[in-house]
Write a protein that binds this ligand. Sequence first.
Ligand code: AVJ
Length: 323
Amino acid sequence: LSERPTFDVRLTPADQTRALRTDAVTGLTARPKWLRPTWFYDARGSMLFDEITRLPEYYPTRTERSILTVHAADIAATTGAETLVELGSGASDKTRLLIEAGLDHGTLARFVPLDVSESALRAAAATLAARYPKLAVHGVVGDFTRHLDALPDTGHRLVVFLGGTIGNLLPPDRARFLADLRGVLHPGEWLLLGTDLVKDIPTLLAAYDDPGGVTADFNRNVLRVLNRELAGDFPVDEFAHVARWDAEGERIEMHLRAGRALTVTLAALDLTIEFADGEDLCTEISAKFRPAGIAAELSAAGFAVADLWTDPADAFAVTLARA
Ligand code: AVJ
């Protein structure tokens, strides 16, 4: 019979609130205004993101899954991983392909998902533990930019960071994150990195602005989080969802645009924020990559690229790199 999953909560609700307070003060008093995408993912936001991954316009999830389907057995054989670590794991849906390949290969014994959303993490851990009785599951409630030290150092590890989430980080933050990750790994351990690729702009924009408005709802969810956690009075429906392509940074940016001049109060912070009519709040950047750039960033952090796979349309890349 399967053991029950264990958990390490590095980010308690109190820690989360403290971090949100700091970010809200910093980002909402800055010009231009910004917030970290981490704050989308309360229980509702995690569910909305899940819905996004099933939209016809949102190609990254299904494309990455198709790449993993083709190469999972190869990844299991090449890495011989005993411990599979997943950063920003969410529902760990695609990761099942890697879990099954690792179990089939006979090496995998342990799965360590790390996510900021405790609800998503507990749900995923319970599902996986029930489905794979031979797999030990240890969840870490944490932020992949702050809690890499919480990853257990047990067994030969493969760390997977899928979905293109690394694109949420600006280039200097990416460099720091990859170097930190390299620092917690032993030589010979592995990283599997999913990255969305630069492509035609209409395809990119459609993926971040679906006609059904699920992405818009996901974007506005951050305002609901602020209202609930910081006693705010953001009029959520007065903000328009905007997705745009930044050609210089080769990234999609999501913004919330004030539909009129607004004064918003976050009572828990004693903070009043003015929005001009049409003013944007940047809620997410999602960088898109080129294969040469991925290899360069990985090698700068001390990883050696072993393989880089794409789908037939070159929409998405999955890179296997060795520490
Ligand atoms: C989870 C960060 C990979 O950037 O595509 C989806 C989040 N935002 N639609 C992405 C997201 C809007 C997603 N990542």
